[in-house]
Design a protein around this ligand. Structure first.
Ligand code: GLA
Ligand code: ZN
Length: 666
């Protein structure tokens, strides 16, 4: 399989010259400015279908050839896009089946983008044809270094063709209706199916309370999206087997399972839009870093930062400008966590349309004399100093489990709280691990655990096939596992485990969770630890019995005050820790600091000040200051690459500053 392997750290952005075909002067100027900004990589043609095929079967590719030639002559490489993220109007008019159908059965009108049925044979055929034509004409163009297919795949269609595809998917999965009825517990509320055609996708107008169906639908949406991607890629794979393929993914997206998609593409790419300056940047940094580590782990390879904004977005509630220094810092953060490119949406601000006020490298003013342009050029200069980072990866001994199927099951289950806090909790735990100065992998329940010393698995409600065995073996062989309330409630079909929670993990944790209380958002309970200190806990309280586990902390209040809240169970050569509520930050800090040392995991940098992040790629150590004030840290010896200076023992980071140290020994 080909993969992303550029001879440089990529720098550039979405380039949409089709918006400017009537302005050849601007297209010329673009190339001059790209060189000036240190750009070497553009994503071209993402939403260009109307300009590439203005009438059915009439391909007008000459303008694109001109653009690719110009970029190539300037030494700029290209991710060539397939245009399937939005269709031309003629297609929806002539073939209404390409348009999406809503859960209520109504068909959408033409408009927006991403508004297509993933099943429609017409849509698939039109996509395959234009992709084939693009691959034939440009697949071997010397500027093209990869395919960018579609754009931010998302959504679902409920048309009759999709219903049929869903039923075939179910037949493959369950074989017969008896098995399906058993898996979905359809005896409850008389929901037993006696004919496949009785099954319809979940909809508020019909069946919305059968969780087995809901879960199966989400799995089907994953399957159908991935199937569409395979169809998109077929001509590309056939005609350009050596060109790597990606599609750009989104922050915390829950519509389908990225892990399943990742098996099909050659490298992951990610669109990152944190709300810097809105709320604490330490929190924004945590969410961004979590997503970067998730992207890195999807293929266990460096990824592309396919989009970010060089200044502000135009779709947050409040669209703040990036403060001085933040563009460089936030771009370095992506590189620190595994990005081999820094790219933007978009190169030049559109004159009209929905995104005309979205930040871009070149503004409506049109020159290089803007703060944003200088910030971008600074990133271009900086990336040149970091070339050797390319391709390097960290080797984390710590992983956090974030599982998409678990998220669907937990979020949709009724009780004990409406807002389950899954993603928020995972990111909070991730941030607490990062505060301890370690590299962290973000993996799901299907991943191999053997390279880790500590695995944290918050709110692991659903245990997918093999997960309980993998977790148990991990601990038996010496690993430290941490889990929380609501662990081990259901199997992959959302059927509760019989015989006491946490189901098959009961012996591993040595506890039985008999009941679970829910707290309001403003309530908290607490864990009173052996030394008398009390730490806040939130949202859920499992009432547990310690069976073989040792009690480390007890509930501080309510009628279950004094009952076990934090336990640990020696199991095989390892340790399984259960926190029966959701720990606040102080308890997380307390537990992780003790457990990381028990697991033998050394921090990259000791005693990281709050708001300073550390991440490594091979012998390169990145330190990033999101704390808002100057910080001085003890660090190992090496050479700081941004300044070119030797580092001996300490480094000082200005507010919104960063250091990249090539360590002398690591
Ligand atoms: C997404 C899309 C882009 C653009 C940006 C704006 O990431 O992929 O086309 O709309 O958002 O932030
Ligand atoms: Zn459909």
């Amino acid at each position: 399989m080909p993969t992303l392997s550029l001879p440089f750290l990529g720098h550039g952005g979405d380039y949409n010259p089709d918006q400017w075909l009537s302005r050849p002067d601007i297209l010329e100027e673009d190339v001059r400015l790209m060189q000036k900004a240190g750009c070497n990589l553009m994503s071209v043609g993402i939403f260009s279908w109307a300009a590439l095929e203005p009438e059915e079967g009439v391909y007008t590719f000459d303008w694109l050839e001109g653009v690719l030639n110009r970029l190539h002559a300037a030494g700029i490489s290209v991710f060539l896009a397939t245009p399937s993220g939005a269709r031309p109007s003629w297609m929806s008019q002539k073939y209404p089946e390409v348009l999406r159908v809503r859960p209520d059965g109504g068909r959408n009108l033409h408009g927006g983008r991403h508004n297509h049925c993933f099943t429609s044979p017409v849509y698939r055929e039109k996509v395959a044809k234009i992709n084939e034509a693009l691959a034939r004409r440009f697949g071997h163009h010397p500027s093209v270094v990869g395919w960018h297919i579609s754009n931010e795949l998302s959504g679902e269609c409920h048309c009759e063709m999709c219903q049929q595809a869903f039923r075939s998917f179910l037949k493959d999965r369950y074989g017969d209706l008896d098995a399906l009825n058993a898996a979905w517990w359809t005896g409850f509320w008389s929901k037993t199916f006696t004919d496949w055609n009785q099954i319809h996708s979940p909809t508020p107008q019909g069946e919305d309370a059968l969780l087995g169906l809901t879960l199966a639908w989400r799995r089907f949406v994953t399957h159908q999206t991935v199937d569409f991607v395979k169809a998109e890629m077929e001509p590309l794979r056939r005609l350009t087997p050596d060109l790597p393929v990606t599609t750009n993914l989104m922050c915390c997206f829950g519509g389908f399972d990225y892990q399943t998609l990742a098996h099909q593409i050659d490298f992951t790419s990610y669109d990152s839009y944190p709300g810097w300056g809105v709320g604490p940047d330490e929190k924004n940094a945590a969410e961004a870093a979590f997503n970067y580590d998730y992207m890195r782990c999807l293929k266990n390879r460096p990824f592309a930062l396919m989009e970010s904004t060089p200044s502000q977005v135009n779709w947050h509630d409040i669209c703040k400008l990036k403060k001085p220094g933040m563009h460089l810092l936030s771009s370095l953060q992506a590189v620190a966590h595994g990005a081999d490119t820094v790219q933007y949406f978009q190169w030049r601000q559109s004159r009209g349309g929905a995104e005309k006020f979205h930040g871009a490298v070149v503004s409506h003013e049109g020159s290089e004399n803007t703060r944003t342009f200088h910030d971008v050029a600074e990133v271009g200069e900086t990336l040149k100093k970091l070339q050797d980072v390319r391709g390097r990866m960290p080797a984390p001994k710590v992983a956090i489990l974030y599982d998409q199927e678990n998220r669907w099951a937990l979020d949709r289950s009724e009780g004990p709280r409406r807002d389950k806090k899954y993603l928020e909790t995972v990111i909070r735990h991730y941030a607490a691990l990062k505060r301890r100065g370690v590299d962290v992998d973000v993996i799901d329940e299907t991943c191999d655990l053997s390279s880790y010393a500590l695995v944290d698995a918050p709110l692991l409600y659903m245990l997918r096939p093999g997960a309980a065995e993998r977790l148990t073996r991990f601990v038996e062989q010496g690993g430290v596992l941490t889990a929380t309330c609501m662990t081990g409630r259901v199997d992959e079909e959302d059927l509760c485990f019989l015989g006491g929670f946490p189901g098959p993990l009961r012996p591993l944790f040595g506890i039985w969770a008999e009941e679970t209380d829910a707290l309001t958002d403003s309530e908290c309970n607490g864990a009173r630890m052996e030394d008398g200190s009390v730490y806040d806990t939130h949202y859920y309280c499992d009432l547990i019995h310690a069976e073989t586990a040792r009690v480390l902390g007890t509930y501080a209040s309510d009628f279950y005050a004094g009952a076990p809240c934090v336990t640990e169970n020696e199991y095989g050569r390892g340790l399984a820790v259960y926190v029966a509520s959701l720990p606040g930050d102080e308890l997380l800090d307390h537990l992780f600091s003790r457990l990381l040392s028990r697991a033998g995991v050394k921090p990259l940098v000791p005693d990281l000040p709050r708001g300073v992040w550390a991440a490594s790629r091979g012998e390169y150590l990145f330190l990033m200051n999101f704390s808002g004030r100057e910080q001085c840290l003890s660090v190992p010896d090496g050479t700081e690459l941004l300044s070119g200076r030797a580092v001996r023992g300490t480094v000082s980071l200005p507010a919104t500053g960063a250091a990249v140290i090539r360590l002398t020994s690591c």
